[in-house]
Design a protein around this ligand. Structure first.
Ligand SMILES: Cc1ncc(COP(=O)(O)O)c(C=O)c1O
Length: 354
């Protein structure tokens, strides 16, 4: 066979790609590692699946997903011209990197934060500015100074994997003073007490990115959407793949977004479980970051999160562990059902007695 040599761009050879959380095939596992919602999607989605006419799949989907965009616009108090949809919010992030960054236009992100951003910067070949958070994962006073050279600033709110939120007044200051695009990644905002959706009315340089993966229990469907000024939407539309959201997703996501009552019901259950798990972990001497999301970032009493991660794995409980200077003391635990979290805390209590 002819000897292999790489034809990839140097940037691709140099990077390692994104590592998604484990998606195990074994059913007995308690999966608390990728922040999926433990409750089923709303009944309208379950019914809608049965109504799908397979013959429709012969046709391409609406490239601009107007019907779905109208539903999102109506639900969130905007116009169709303020909305763009994507194949999960990861696709929205790709669109933003392609639209706003290049070798001369850098991106600035918090640290720690969602690890996909560094991967996208590597792919795009844009400089990556890390803005370290304080020990307690709040922001430093020099955030705007550090971000200043960037063309795109990504603020993840609530942040991942830490779960906490930058104060809304600080967000307003960042949005008004940063000279560039501020993309607010609100993948977890439905679990929070507040959000930045209204900022789009105040600032022309803001993109608020959302997903149905977490709060709407539809991670498998792949739908993200962003709200921004019409000028930004027009530009981002040029960058996206023509048919980036398939027919089934356009149809089913619309049904889910229309059912805000069901959404709020599941959100309340998750928030109650989040409070309960926080209290229980603190009683076991864990340090727990104040969470506004559907997961907790928690450090065990001995600080050895890697050992805890492995011990849980042996019990068939998967959480997420991010080795690293600021993250290595913590595990990230997705809020599951009451029964699931009981299984987790029963094990932790037993372990603390040994
Ligand atoms: C902060 C953040 N943004 C975006 C995403 C991507 O979500 P999706 O592509 O499923 O919409 C995730 C997923 O874990 C996330 O944690």
């Amino acid at each position: 066979m002819k000897e292999y040599k790489s034809y990839f761009r140097a940037a691709i050879d140099a990077m390692s790609g994104y590592t998604p959380g484990e998606q195990p095939k074994v059913m007995d596992l308690l999966k608390l590692n990728t922040n999926e919602n433990p409750y089923p999607p709303c009944p309208a989605v379950m019914d809608g699946l049965k109504d799908i006419d397979a013959e429709r799949l012969r046709l391409y989907p609406d490239p601009t997903a107007d019907k779905l965009r109208d539903t999102i616009a109506e639900t969130y108090g905007y116009e169709r011209e303020n909305i763009i949809v994507s194949n999960g919010s990861d696709d929205m992030l790709t669109i933003a990197f392609r639209a706003f960054t290049d070798a001369q236009r850098s991106v600035a992100c918090l640290y720690p934060t969602y690890s996909l951003y560094t991967v996208l910067a590597g792919l795009q070949g844009c400089p990556y500015i890390k803005i370290p958070l304080k020990e307690d994962f709040s922001i430093n006073n020099d955030l705007l100074e550090k971000a200043a050279p960037a063309n795109l600033l990504i603020i993840t709110r609530p942040n991942a994997p830490t779960g906490n939120c930058i104060a809304i007044d600080d967000m307003r200051k960042i949005c008004s003073e940063f000279d560039g695009i501020v993309l607010i990644d609100e993948a977890y905002a439905d679990f929070s007490v507040d959000n930045c959706i209204d900022f789009v009315r105040e600032f022309p340089n803001i993109i608020v990115s959302r997903t149905v993966s977490k709060s709407y229990s539809l991670a498998g469907l792949r739908l993200g959407f962003a709200i921004a000024s019409p000028e930004l939407i027009v530009g981002m539309m040029k960058v996206k793949d023509s048919y980036n959201v398939n027919i089934l997703t356009q149809y089913l996501a619309e049904l889910a977004i229309k059912d805000q009552k069901y959404l709020n019901k599941t959100l309340s259950k998750i928030k109650v479980s989040r409070t309960k798990l926080t209290t229980e972990l603190k009683a076991l001497a864990f340090e727990v970051v104040d969470s506004q999301s559907n997961f907790l970032f928690a450090s065990p009493p001995d600080g050895d999160a890697e050992k805890l991660f492995k011990a849980l794995r042996e019990e068939n409980i998967i959480v997420r562990y991010f080795p690293g200077e600021k993250t290595g003391k913590y595990v990230r635990i997705t809020i599951g059902t009451e029964e699931q979290l009981q299984r987790l805390t029963d094990f932790l209590k037993k372990k603390s007695l040994n």
